[in-house]
Write a protein that binds this ligand. Structure first.
Ligand SMILES: *Cc1c(COP(=O)(O)O)cnc(C)c1O
Length: 354
């Protein structure tokens, strides 16, 4: 039986994508070959890479606007340093909203001065700082759109003339944003787009080529652009499955349709968190993430009972991250409203039973 999968990442993908992807392992495009055994330079795979890059720019509304989409490796964590390698000449401005921002800051410091414009660390990152000043002489401003661990999400991005770099690992393709505000977007595929193993980078070409240091080829966006993400062997299968998911997003009505569905799921769970006297939300209300809802039991003695209920019913991955505790419902694009309803029903059952 398929479980209700609330895993934070790697995470749920559409069931139809799993089916098509598994077929391609046995026989890709009726070629008599598995996708795992063909050259990344074969016509069939080059078509996959091209379509994946096209779909990214199309879905984000960035076609013909000077952007390139790349499928690289090393995860979002590699982007923490690659961004700085390519863009940080003297000074960069970072907003610290959680574990991933903190890690990005640590790596950037190896390349130059980092100004932390604001941080919510003193409250265990349960809110998004606002009204901070971004130094006008920084090379770029970096932020994390959705804080997967703490369940907060930036609703309004700051106005700045600097290039904006954003880690969108856990909410890319989940909501409509004016993506043309950003000069570089990156996202590990395994949260809302595909399997682990590839990382999407969408970069505006005009921000590149401005640092004086020499950049090793594998770290150099310009090299990857010139080779169309095939400077070395790409993560063939991860790119393929990502492409299938992008096709699925498009067929369902694009980001707008994803956003509507995601908002309904979030309203359902947050509504129950606020109504149910046994539970309390972790993140500040105005900053609540539509992707990852974090919440706690007010009385931890109910934990064993609650955990048994949802685990027995085939719910997976509801435990909170160790730095927050409690629960985290990750409700990525492929998760259905019905799965959220199952958890809400158990929250109500617990209320009746205790
Ligand atoms: C998961 C995650 C990362 C780390 O991604 P890796 O691909 O494991 O390096 C970075 N940023 C955010 C926002 C994440 O959710």
């Amino acid at each position: 039986m398929k479980k209700h999968n609330f895993s934070a990442g790697p995470c749920i993908l559409p069931q139809s994508v799993f089916k098509e992807a598994s077929q391609a392992i046995l026989d890709f495009n009726n070629s008599g070959l598995s996708i795992l055994e063909i050259s990344h330079r074969s016509k069939d795979f080059v078509a996959v890479m091209d379509e994946a890059q096209e779909l990214v720019l199309e879905l984000l509304g960035l076609k013909n606007k000077g952007y390139k989409a790349l499928f690289l490796q090393g995860g979002a964590s590699m982007q923490f340093l690659m961004v700085a390698y390519n863009l940080l000449e003297k000074k960069a401005a970072y907003l610290n909203t959680g574990t991933w921002s903190s890690k990005a800051i640590k790596e950037a410091k190896l390349f130059g001065e980092v100004v932390e414009v604001a941080s919510s660390k003193e409250k265990n990152f349960n809110y998004i700082p606002k009204n901070y000043t971004i130094p006008a002489d920084a090379d770029y401003f970096h932020c994390t759109s959705n804080n997967t661990i703490f369940g907060t999400q930036i609703k309004e991005f700051p106005a700045t003339d600097l290039p904006i770099v954003c880690d969108m690992s856990s909410d890319i393709f989940s909501r409509e944003i004016d993506f043309s505000k950003f000069d570089l977007i990156y996202a590990g595929a395994q949260k809302n787009m595909g399997p682990a193993g590839t990382t999407l980078v969408v970069v505006k070409e005009e921000v590149l080529g401005k640092v004086s240091r020499e950049i090793p080829s594998m770290m150099n966006y310009a090299v990857h652009i010139s080779k169309e993400s095939m400077f070395n062997t790409p993560a063939v299968y991860a790119v393929y499955v990502s492409m299938l998911t992008l096709r699925w997003i498009k067929s369902k009505g694009g980001i707008q349709a994803m956003e509507q569905k995601n908002n309904r799921k979030a309203e359902l769970i947050y509504g129950e968190i606020d109504r149910n006297p046994l539970f309390t939300g972790f993140a500040a209300k105005e900053d609540r993430s539509v992707m990852n809802a974090t919440f706690n039991l007010k009385d931890e003695s109910h934990q064993e009972k609650f955990d048994m209920m949802w685990k027995e019913a085939g719910v997976n991955g509801l435990n909170g991250h160790r730095s927050v505790g409690g629960y985290r419902a990750s409700m990525y694009n492929a998760l259905s409203l019905e799965s959220v309803q199952v958890v809400v029903d158990f929250m109500q059952e617990l209320e009746r039973k205790v």
